[in-house]
Design a protein around this ligand. Structure first.
Ligand SMILES: O=P(O)(O)OC[C@H](O)CO
Length: 427
């Protein structure tokens, strides 16, 4: 009797277990299908809109400015053509070493000029080290990604497949999202600019050039990455340790292989310290809960918080994922400014006119805790003033999104946002 009851209970449990499992499968499949449909709809509408009304790609420019910072100089760039000319000139002037690292490297005119300049440097005996990300350049013709064999040219294609994704080993995940150029250990560049003709004139981005002892910060960042990821055929670069201990200019490197993500920490710290103002410029702005809370708390304690993002970026899904946070930000008093007519792709922040960061790190999950990134943090009032001047110029090309406008958006948008907000952690 007891065993018959036991069997019946067991069977009932099994049936219930199967039902639960089936319900879970339906829920997951349904959710994914709804998200895929919403994403497809948003992407299609965006394509049509951009075809009908392509962005003009015009925006006010702030000319490059060079300022003394600590014992070095820092030059700010906000227009790609200016930056690329100076980067190419620096490669042409190189005497000993060129370290060049980029996420995207287009095969267009600008990309070809960089390739030619790097090859010319290697041919005249300069040791040239090149790193670029395979995933980011999947659409670039393979022929462009091939280089002649030269004893002074060392090329590292950061691998397409990152095995950690399959083995759940965080150390073996992440894309190389960095953009660095270092010449002879004396001049270095970093910022948001990838390499390509579009970025030369039609995207608003920010890069800096550091000349002097603090150029070492980015040299060291390159050497660390190279030595950690080089193949057996690649020479090791001597890591000479800190030639500059200068606290006013420091590089922070996000490095999944070291389980180290200090750029996120420097953002959180600086936001936490803010007393007067925080100005952020970002191409993709999907803050995690701590950055969001930091900004909300800063605004609530009376800090003027302004976030400048593109009205329409080149990644419409990132735009939609970002919208999930607008209500909370606007309600707490954070100002959202939408850049007009062009993509703004800079990754910068200034706090209280004292502290600046410029680098490659977006405020999104992939950059903050996923990819290899590098940012400079700079404590200097004059540089912060220059960055605030750039920010003010950008605001003249932006419109403020008010809470009232945001709240009056249509029901369809609200539904789309709810569905697409779950993509945030993937971006
Ligand atoms: O990944 P980022 O910030 O360099 O931006 C790259 C662009 O989105 C390319 O589509």
């Amino acid at each position: 009797m007891r065993s018959r009851l036991g069997h019946a209970l067991l069977r009932a449990q099994r049936i219930q277990g199967r039902d639960v499992w089936r319900a879970v499968r339906w829920y997951v499949t349904g959710t994914v299908a709804v998200q895929a449909a919403a994403a497809a709809a948003v992407v299609s509408v965006d394509r049509v809109r951009k075809r009908r009304q392509p962005p003009t790609g015009e925006f006010p420019r702030t000319p490059p400015a060079t300022l003394p910072v600590a014992h070095s100089t820092v030059t700010t760039y906000t227009f790609g053509a200016d930056l690329y000319e100076d980067m190419l000139a620096a490669i042409r002037d190189a005497r000993r070493t060129v370290y060049f690292e980029t996420f995207i490297w287009k095969s267009d005119d600008v990309g070809q000029r960089f390739k030619d300049a790097l090859l010319a440097a290697a041919r005249r005996g300069v040791e040239v080290y090149v790193v670029f990300d395979s995933w980011a350049n999947l659409v670039v013709p393979p022929a462009f990604q091939r280089f002649p064999r030269l004893p002074t040219l060392h090329v590292l294609r950061f691998p397409l497949v990152r095995p950690g994704l399959l083995t759940l080993n965080l150390r073996k995940t992440g894309r190389d999202h960095r953009k660095i150029l270092v010449i002879d250990g004396e001049v270095s560049f970093v910022g948001g600019y990838n390499i390509g003709s579009l970025y030369a004139t039609q995207w608003r981005d920010t890069h800096v050039r550091v000349e002097g002892p603090s150029a070492w910060e980015l040299e060291n960042a390159f050497v660390d990455f190279w030595n950690d990821h080089r193949k057996r055929r690649h020479p090791q670069i001597p890591d000479r340790g800190a030639r500059a201990w200068e606290a006013r200019i420091r590089a922070a490197q996000n490095a999944p292989n070291r389980l180290s993500f200090p750029v996120r920490g420097l953002y959180l710290e600086a936001i936490d310290r803010a007393e007067h103002r925080i100005y952020i410029t970002q191409g993709y702005f999907i803050p995690d809960r701590d950055i969001l809370r930091g900004l909300v708390q800063a605004a609530r304690r009376g800090v003027e918080v302004k976030v400048l993002i593109p009205e329409v970026s080149n990644h419409v899904l990132a735009d939609w994922a970002a919208r999930a946070y607008y209500t909370q930000l606007l309600e707490s008093g954070v100002q959202l400014w939408l850049f007009q007519d062009a993509m703004v792709h800079a990754k910068t922040m200034t706090v209280d006119g004292r502290w600046t960061t410029v680098g490659t790190t977006n405020i999104d999950r992939m950059s903050m805790t996923g990819n290899f990134e590098v940012n400079l943090e700079i404590y200097d009032d004059d540089l912060a003033a220059q960055m605030e001047k750039i920010f003010a110029t950008d605001l003249t090309n932006s419109r403020q999104l008010t809470l009232r406008e945001w709240e009056s958006r249509g029901l369809l948008s609200k539904i789309g946002e709810r569905i697409l907000r779950r993509l945030g952690p993937l971006l």
